[in-house]
Unconditional design. Structure first.
Length: 114
């Protein structure tokens, strides 16, 4: 029984050490964030024109690519529709041929009878 009490004490001591280390790193992070905040704001303000230029280039490239994408998309839709139509018709070919065969026999029989 004493072993479980000692194990609980060791667990409690480990959690205490971990919490002290965690509090230390939390305070360190808040301190660093506070110290470097003006530099971060300055760099973001300096990067704003660069981000606008990159966005403008991206917008121009997107406007230039839209006709190509639409043309390729239309071709894909048309080819997909043809493929779907063929996929539906190919399994029916034997039945269609059998129906044409019966039609040809019946047509010849009615032509011979007349």
């Amino acid at each position: 029984m004493i072993e479980l009490v000692l194990l609980g004490g060791l667990l409690l001591a480990g959690l205490a050490v971990a919490s002290v280390i965690g509090i230390f790193f939390l305070v360190f992070k808040v301190l660093m964030w506070t110290v470097f905040l003006p530099f971060r704001l300055l760099l973001k303000m300096l990067m704003f024109p660069v981000w606008l230029a990159i966005g403008t280039v991206g917008l121009a490239a997107g406007a230039a690519v839209i006709p190509i994408v639409l043309t390729v998309g239309l071709a894909v839709v048309v080819l997909g529709a043809l493929a779907a139509l063929l996929a539906l018709l190919v399994p029916a070919i034997p039945f269609i041929l059998f129906g044409l065969l019966i039609w040809a026999f019946l047509r010849n029989r009615t032509a011979a009878a007349a």
